[in-house]
Design a protein around this ligand. Structure first.
Ligand SMILES: *[C@@H]1O[C@H](CO)[C@@H](O)[C@H](O)[C@H]1NC(C)=O
Ligand SMILES: *[C@@H]1O[C@H](CO)[C@@H](O)[C@H](O)[C@H]1NC(C)=O
Length: 309
């Protein structure tokens, strides 16, 4: 009875096809999962996860195949990886026009797992190309872009297109335009004195995985309201400084620049200057004529304004 069950189990394993009967070592380790190849600017990296309950002593080996050749080859540098290590396949996949697969299995001193195979990888079209360098400047009612694609994009890019996203900062209104690649591109028919932000993506004949550039923002032309407000701000600051100097001057001249004197006199002097500023020209009735004279006399600052006698 036991023998029958054992035979049945063996038959089941054969049918599932995860038993390489040609190999001497027995298959009992959990197979790795998530075998994938990522690639940035033609630098290819294989990563994987150890199978669930994989013993800590497990090591992992990597093989690759060219889809045109059909025979698996071991990758010497990745013959005993530990869990969490990756395998650099940049040199192994150096023919960019070929298609490849990689596979990974776990092994210990006496056991191996079955192989877990990656999906097909095509270096030229699967690599993610770095974003282009972009400089944006205003040209009146237009923006001028200077675009330099990453080195790899230039090498792969038999025919390159620029996909340009233009977004108005004020309200987020945006549009996309596609242009054949040129070092300088003009985006016409924009509003003057308005800020736009631009991202640029380069697409090539074989590859549209290029990441977009960062957003680069610029005004089409200098915004007039902005520069005027700066001028007004500076004028305001200058007036405030002048007032402060006058205030300090009146105390120094009266020769009573003590902390107590300052505390006592500040309110009246300050309110005088404030009223003076508010009613330009027309002095308020309570401060005109005699009142003003007494105020100035009391502060002792009149001596300062008049010549010695
Ligand atoms: C591994 O792959 C499975 C199925 O494809 C997926 O659900 C899971 O998120 C992946 N895990 C990681 C860490 O990538
Ligand atoms: C992978 O190998 C390539 C070529 O030898 C090398 O330029 C690159 O720096 C390596 N990448 C990593 C992450 O080690």
């Amino acid at each position: 009875m036991r023998l029958v069950i054992l035979l049945l189990l063996l038959l089941q394993q054969m049918h599932l096809g995860n038993a390489p009967w040609t190999e001497a070592v027995s298959v009992s380790l959990p197979a790795p999962s998530n075998v994938s190849i990522s690639s940035f600017n033609m630098e290819h990296t294989l990563s994987f996860l150890p199978g669930a309950d994989s013993p800590d002593s497990s090591r992992f080996e990597v093989q690759v195949v060219r889809l045109s050749k059909k025979s698996w080859k071991a990758v010497a540098a990745c013959s005993a990886l530990t869990a969490g290590q990756t395998c650099n396949l940049t040199r192994v996949f150096k023919d960019p026009l070929e298609q490849f697969r990689a596979r990974v299995r776990a092994f210990t001193a006496g056991q191996t797992s079955s192989w877990t195979v990656s999906s097909a990888f095509h270096p030229l079209s699967d690599t993610v190309l770095g974003p282009p360098d972009v400089v944006v400047s205003g040209c009146g009612n237009c923006l001028l872009l200077r675009v330099r694609p990453s080195i790899w994009t230039q090498q792969i890019g038999l025919s390159m297109d620029l996909v340009i996203n233009v977004k108005r900062t004020r309200d987020g209104a945006q549009f996309i335009l596609t242009r054949p690649y040129e070092e300088e591109v003009e985006i016409p028919y924009l509003q003057r004195g308005v800020e736009y932000c631009v991202t640029v993506t380069v697409k090539t004949l074989f590859n549209d995985n290029s990441g977009p550039s960062d957003a680069h923002c610029a005004f089409t032309s200098p915004p007039p309201s902005h520069s005027l407000s700066v001028v007004y701000g500076l004028l305001g600051a200058f007036c405030a400084l002048l007032l402060l100097l006058l205030l300090i001057g009146s105390f120094v001249c009266s020769g009573q620049l003590s902390v107590r004197g300052l505390r006592r006199r500040l309110p009246t002097t300050l309110s005088y200057f404030l009223l003076k500023v508010q009613d330009v020209g027309a002095a308020p009735p309570e401060l005109s004529g005699d009142t003003l004279a007494t105020l100035l006399h009391k502060e002792g600052s009149a001596d300062c304004l008049l010549p010695d006698h």
